[in-house]
Structures are given as C-alpha cells and as structure tokens.
Design a protein. Structure first.
Length: 435
C-alpha cells in the first residue's frame, strides 16, 4: 500500500509567506492618494502593487496544490478493499467549506431520493426550491465523481466570484399575498421650522406679554400620495428532455443551475428594468412615472457623469445605493485614466473587491442597453418582494411524455416590485466624452 504525506511545516511556511505578501500589498495600497473621490497612483506604485498581488496569488496556488497532495495521501492511505472513490466521496463529509447549489439541494432532496429509489417509475413530480437572493451566492465550489470504478480526487478550484443580479441591490423582503396595495409619493413640501412658544395675537409678531398672545403653531408640510396596486408576477420557462438525464446527477445539477434557474434570473433582470405594467406584469423602473432623467455632458468622463447623476439623487434627499449599467459601459468606467495614465476609479475592482464606483455598488447586466444606466436608492425608493423563490419542477405528466420517456422541466418564481419613491432613481443617458 502506497503512502503520501505532506510536511506540515511546508504549509505553515507558505501560509506565513502569504500573510507577508498580503501585508505588503495592503501597505502599498495605503500610499495611494485620493483626490476628489478618486484614487491617483503612480506607475511605480501600480507596478509594485500588481507584483505583490501576483506573488500572493502564486503562493496561494502552492498552498492549494499542497492541500491537494494531502487529500491524495489520505486517499492512498485508505483501507484496501473498501468502497470505490466515488462511494467514499459521497459517504464521507467534505473538508473545508462546501457551497451547495440548487442542483445539489435538488438531487439530495427527499423527493428526488424517493423517485430514484423507484427508478422513476411512479411518474415523478419533484420540486426543489431555494430561498434568498441570486442562487449563485450559494453555488460553485462542489464537484461529483462517476459512480463506478475508482478515480483520483483533484483539489477544488478557487471559488469563482459570483455574478451579481439587480435583485442583489435590494434588501431581502418576502410576501405571502397575491398582490400588494401601497402608496406612491408624488410630491413633498417640507415646511419644518423652529417655533417659539409665544407670539402676538396674529401668530407671527413677537409676543407682547398681553393676554391676547397665543402659543406658537407648527407649520404644515405637504405630502402628496397616490394609491398603487403592485401585482405579484410570475417569471417562468420550461424545457423537455429525456428521463435518462435524471440518472446523471452531475449533468442534472449543471443543467438546473446554468440553464433553467439562471434563465429566470436573466429574464428578471430585464423585467425589473423594462417591463410595462398592465395590472398583472411588473412595472419596470424605466416605466415608473416620476423617475428622474439625466443626460451626461460631453465635457465629463463617464465616471464624472455618474457622479453628477448621484448629485440629482442627493438633491432629492435620497442616498443612492446601487448602479446598474451594461458590461460595455462598466468596462469604460473601469479602464478610465487620468491625465497621468493612472486608473481613476477601477483600482479596487482590479484586485477582485466588491464592484463600486463613488462608494455605490455596481451591477453590470446585458439587460441594460449601452446608451443608458440606472442609479437609485434600492430599498428606500423601491423594494423587491419574493412570493415564491426560484424553484425547479420536474414531471412526466405532460401530454404524452410518459409514453415517450420524456420529462418536462419548469423553472419559475413569483415576485412583486414596489416603487413608492420614484424620485430616488435617476435614469441616465451616456454622452461620449469629448477628447
């Protein structure tokens, strides 16, 4: 029996080196200057910072490789005559943190296991559901193996940065209703002011001390509201496939995650922006009356146009929390340089941090045209309500599916979009900067 071991001191040394490189990168970043809300760095600073980050990534790769060697050693040291590697994999807990996707949860569900035990002969109607924001906040980082034979276990690849959707800009909220009744603010006049305790009889002049003096009265502000009905709408699609796919767990999970579920999410992104409400459909933010408009100035670079749109939101007394733009225009913002050739706003994005510009979270989506962008106070100005989180249903009870050995897969969700304060959103139009 072969044996493979990993020197613990080697891993400890690599971890110490990684810590040093991380501290070095942080120290270099601390020397960057901030002018007018943008980072300004020299060519030397940028080169030193990139080198430190790349060195850290190389050390991280060595740590992953060493950890993989240790897992191989554990495999080789396993008792002979035991179960195949796949069976041991499924029967033993995973080391480290494992993120389960909706596909994982589906094939591990009781409904799926019961159907599998009957070899899918009982006309399965199986439904898996997952709550929360975009399912990609929990997916990636897991793997499966062929059920027959033995195999070599490879180390897990680095966790991919999850794709952001527009819904991720909203605080989480749920509803159990079929529709929502609310009000929309269409006007506000704030007359709040200091009020003295006593005035003359006219209520305006200073008090005289006479019995005719009156107590001060607070001024009246004005708030204009209109009732609005927000429908709970369904987004769904389905596809037919042969029943044999149910026996292939790995393909099934990939199929659910990358096609059915994410298809719903792509449609959701588009509808939250462009849907024309008719009493049953959502009213997208492009079509809500009262949303502010802003057209960029040709003298301003793209990042400056965003900053001026932020000002419009602030003048309406709303702090913007999210920015939605197309991937093409986000590229323009990321690679934007100042007069010295240094990146102006994209530094924190280049090293894999949260996408932000002017401290506002960014979502890039193909649902947004290259000519427009949307800025707003997500949560205060608008709220997304989940009636039914994204779910996947599989059934053979559709048309002549049973006779043909076909199953129908359906993915759907139900949600409502409330926009009580449309003035908190600014719909911007890009203007190409003049060189």
């Amino acid at each position: 029996m072969a044996t493979a071991t990993v020197d613990k001191s080697f891993l400890k040394s690599l971890t110490a080196q990684l810590s040093e490189k991380s501290a070095e990168a942080e120290r270099i970043a601390g020397t960057f200057k901030e002018e007018n809300g943008a980072f300004v760095i020299s060519t030397e600073q940028r080169a030193a910072y990139v080198k430190a980050v790349r060195d850290a990534q190389e050390i991280k790769g060595l740590i992953d490789a060493a950890s993989g060697a240790e897992s191989i050693g554990n495999y080789l040291d396993a008792p002979e005559g035991g179960a195949p590697a796949a069976a041991q994999h499924y029967g033993a807990p995973q080391r480290g943190t494992e993120f389960k996707s909706l596909g994982d949860m589906f094939v591990e569900s009781e409904a799926y296991q019961r159907a599998a035990a009957s070899e899918f002969k009982d006309r399965p109607f199986i439904r898996a559901e997952m709550e929360g924001k975009s399912i990609f906040s929990l997916s990636a980082g897991t793997h499966t193996h062929q059920a027959l034979g033995t195999g070599q276990e490879l180390p897990l690849t680095e966790l991919q940065r999850r794709k952001m959707h527009i819904r991720d800009l909203f605080p989480k909220a749920k509803t159990k209703s079929a529709y929502l009744l609310g009000v929309r603010e269409t006007g506000w006049v704030n007359n709040a002011a200091q009020v003295k305790e006593r005035y003359a009889s006219d209520g305006v002049s200073p008090a005289t001390g006479a019995d005719s003096d009156v107590f001060g009265r607070a001024p009246r502000s004005k708030l204009t509201l209109e009732p609005v009905m927000y429908p709970v709408s369904e987004i769904s699609h389905l596809i037919d496939t042969h029943k044999n796919i149910l026996a292939d767990d790995a393909r099934l999970k990939t199929f659910i995650n990358t096609r059915m579920v994410e298809g719903v999410k792509f449609a959701e992104d588009y509808d939250l922006l462009h849907s024309v409400g008719d009493g049953q459909k959502l009213t997208g933010l492009f079509n809500v009356p009262g949303v502010q408009q802003y057209t960029g100035n040709a003298k301003d670079k793209y990042s400056v146009q965003i900053r001026r749109a932020i000002t419009k939101s602030l003048l309406a007394e709303y702090e913007p929390t999210g920015l939605v733009l197309s991937p093409t225009m986000w590229e323009h913002v990321e690679v934007e340089e100042d007069d010295t050739g240094a990146f102006r706003v994209a530094l924190q994005v280049a090293v894999g941090a949260v996408k932000q510009v002017w401290t506002v979270n960014v979502v890039q989506t193909t649902a947004m045209p290259d000519s427009r962008y949307l800025l707003g106070a997500f949560g205060m100005g608008a709220q997304l309500y989940d009636r039914e989180a994204v779910s996947v249903t599989i059934s053979s009870e559709n048309s002549d599916n049973f006779e043909r050995g076909v199953i129908t897969v359906r993915a759907d969700e139900r949600l409502a979009l409330e926009v009580p304060r449309p003035e908190s959103f600014v719909l911007g139009s890009w203007t190409e900067p003049t060189p």
